[in-house]
Write a protein that binds this ligand. Structure first.
Ligand code: NDP
Length: 244
């Protein structure tokens, strides 16, 4: 149980890293407000957290919709009085070679992975500033540091999340903390959205060694638990056996 109870908003909490983060931070005593499109999953997760003595609520959220994100943050604020931490975790990864010209999938990655993070910042930053502090934990990827075939657009979105996070950190007057968490291969549903046969095959080998999502949640919990004078800027977490 942590000494400072915070209101933490987690996007993409219906599976994988977001779900594990919600469970981990609730176990630390924080108040969770969970968003994603699959509300059946959020409802089950919220019930499980509550049954274990934690505090959680949820609302349907599509991070690509700026108005929806504003309403989401507004409900969290109404419910708990303030929003201290936004974990911008929602992401998609439909990998493919550029020459496959899957332009709809490029757009979706840009909309969810980049615009989604910006919408989260736009929705929460003003009230964080007004209340004298707040913390954005943005989930990037090792793809924010390295590029590989079939991952050009995905990596571009994660490079963008890294740039946005560092820019926000530099513009902060010490009141807004920004942490970039970049996972290596982690067990989740992320690769399920790959429609390209080449990329799907390549991922089978690449994703053979994976961390449980709880390992990434642990890194997020570490950043969230630091005293307000400490901003953990970047955390990269790879499986120890990973060569990439
Ligand atoms: P999952 O596919 O398990 O989770 C992705 C989450 O994003 C889901 O909860 C999904 O919920 C949500 N999501 C997708 N689109 C939207 C949307 N438009 N609005 C709101 N939520 C949305 O994958 P991970 O847990 O792995 O992914 C979490 C983050 O971690 C992503 O940003 C990913 O890029 C990053 N990452 C993951 C790695 C891995 O190996 N797993 C490695 C590096 C980075 P729903 O469909 O219900 O809306």
């Amino acid at each position: 149980m942590t000494e400072t109870v915070k209101t933490v908003v987690v996007t993409g909490a219906s599976s994988g890293i977001g779900e594990a983060t919600a469970r981990r931070l609730a176990a630390d005593g924080h108040r969770l407000f969970l968003g994603a499109r699959r509300t059946d999953r959020l409802e089950t997760l919220t019930k499980e957290i509550t049954a274990e003595g934690g505090t959680a609520a949820f609302q349907r959220l599509d991070v690509t919709d700026a108005v929806d994100f504003q309403a989401f943050i507004s409900t969290a604020r109404d419910r708990y009085g303030r929003v201290d931490v936004v974990v911008n975790n929602a992401g998609v990864m439909p990998l493919s070679p550029l020459e496959a010209l899957k332009t709809d999938e490029w757009d979706r990655m840009i909309d969810v992975n980049v615009r989604g993070v910006l919408h989260g910042i736009a929705a929460a930053l003003p009230s964080m500033r007004a209340q004298g502090g707040g913390h954005f934990v943005n989930i990037a990827s090792v793809g924010a540091y390295e590029i590989s075939p079939t991952a050009a657009v995905y990596c571009a979105t994660k490079f963008a999340v890294r740039a946005i996070s560092e820019g926000l950190r530099q513009e902060s007057d010490g009141d807004i903390r920004v942490t970039l968490v970049s996972p290596g291969v982690t067990e989740s549903e992320l690769a399920d959205s790959i429609t390209d046969a080449t990329a799907r095959e390549a991922m089978r080998t690449y994703r053979a060694v994976a961390l449980p999502a709880s390992d990434i949640a642990e890194a997020i919990a570490y950043a969230v638990s630091q005293p307000s004078r400490v901003d953990v800027n970047e955390i990269v977490v790879r499986p120890a056996a990973s060569v990439q």
